[in-house]
Design a protein around this ligand. Structure first.
Ligand code: NAD
Ligand code: UDP
Length: 329
């Protein structure tokens, strides 16, 4: 029986696939390579190139393979882009989820671990955020992910598809040996952009907004290492296979870092000056997003290995130094 990773060529997906293979699991990947990379997929996984909105394509994969459970990571996930082009997000994310759930139902596949996000909460009612807190997304990306959570919940009730929704906060870092890592085109995420400046590929960092309601005026985010994230999915899958009920969990480190603090930490890790300038706010950014992840630790037994943001940035820097141009190198 294989685990299907939808979006397994992406940043998080490629680490997910790698970790499953390290743990001896049989892995199938579907990905349309819209933002992912063929070279990021562990060669021990069986790869099918195609779009999750394409019902016939999925039908072929599910007929050929014996799928035990699905890890759903294929989505568009850029807040700013979603503000400019919401329909791109509802089309790719929501329609892709409909097709995947249909085919899972037809093939009697009963387990899904879903990549959800802190963006489902919108402006949090308290910090740190607990799973049951109010969810009112303030950008179409977060809205699409909340809709997807609701869709699976109804499919649980109707078809018995059990799910774990993992609401990650900010995924960061790379596999420690630097063999796989983050490579988006264009890059929009804070840490890889900072490291592009450190590597001399960009003049300076633009800090988007310095008038937020946070101690230094810049957004506060909660960074969680990519391999810790991958491990939480394996625990979640096993939790479902053992017969437990559907649940949602936050995944974060429970510590917030401002954008200025991340910049400072990156200067320390890289030993580079990393010029930066203040810039206007980016649309759709809440002041502060910090997780309470006690539930994942208690219920899933999740024990993140990385608790220092310097160590997380160090792994991203190793990847950057080994692959300055990402998967082109
Ligand atoms: P990514 O863009 O690197 O990976 C997404 C992958 O899905 C890519 O390989 C892409 O080619 C593929 N894909 C997208 N649409 C597809 C479709 N219709 N059919 C087939 N393949 C498709 O993004 P990522 O940062 O690795 O994020 C992975 C998941 O985690 C996403 O669902 C995202 O919403 C979620 N997430 C990410 C973060 C983060 O900090 N990066 C935080 C919270 C949640
Ligand atoms: N950010 C920034 N400059 C950049 C990229 C990002 O100031 O060039 C900020 C962004 O506005 C947010 C934080 O860094 O406050 C994290 O953004 P990212 O896109 O990495 O992740 P998100 O929180 O949107 O998932």
């Amino acid at each position: 029986m294989a685990i299907l990773v939808a979006g397994g060529a992406g940043y998080i997906g490629s680490h997910m696939v790698d970790r499953l293979i390290e743990k001896g699991r049989d892995v199938v990947v579907v990905d349309n390579l819209s933002t992912g990379h063929r070279a990021a997929i562990n060669t021990k996984a069986r790869f099918y190139e195609g779009d999750t909105r394409d019902h016939d394509f999925l039908e072929q994969v599910f007929t050929k393979e014996t799928i035990e459970g699905v890890i759903h990571m294929d989505a568009f996930s850029l807040v700013a882009e979603s503000m400019k082009d919401p329909l791109k997000y509802f089309d790719n994310n929501v329609i892709g989820m409909v097709a995947l759930l249909e085919v899972m139902h037809q093939h009697n596949v009963k387990y899904m671990v879903f990549s959800s996000t802190a963006a489902t909460y919108g402006v949090p009612e308290r910090t740190p955020i607990h799973e049951e807190d109010r969810k009112e997304p303030i950008n179409p990306y977060g809205e699409s992910k909340l809709m997807m959570e609701h869709m699976i919940r109804w499919c649980d009730k109707a078809y018995g598809i059990k799910f774990v929704a993992l609401r990650y906060f900010n995924a960061a870092g790379a596999k420690a040996d630097g063999s796989i890592g983050e490579d988006h085109h264009p890059e929009t995420h804070l840490i890889p952009i900072i490291l592009q400046v450190a590597a001399g590929q960009r003049d300076k960092l633009k800090i988007f907004g310095t008038d937020y309601a946070t101690p230094d005026g810049t957004n506060v985010r909660d960074y969680v290492h990519i391999v810790d994230l991958a491990d939480a999915h394996i625990l979640a899958l096993d939790y479902l296979i053992q017969g437990n009920d559907s649940q949602a969990f936050n995944l974060g480190s429970s510590t917030g870092f401002s954008n200025k603090q991340i910049l400072e930490a990156a200067r320390e890790v890289t030993g580079k000056e990393i010029p930066a300038e203040e810039a206007p706010r980016r649309g759709g950014d809440p002041d502060s997003l910090v997780a309470n992840s006690d539930k994942a630790r208690k219920v899933l037994g999740w024990k993140p290995q990385y608790d220092d943001v310097h160590d997380i940035i160090k792994t991203a820097w190793t990847w950057k130094q080994k692959h300055p141009k990402g998967y082109e190198d």
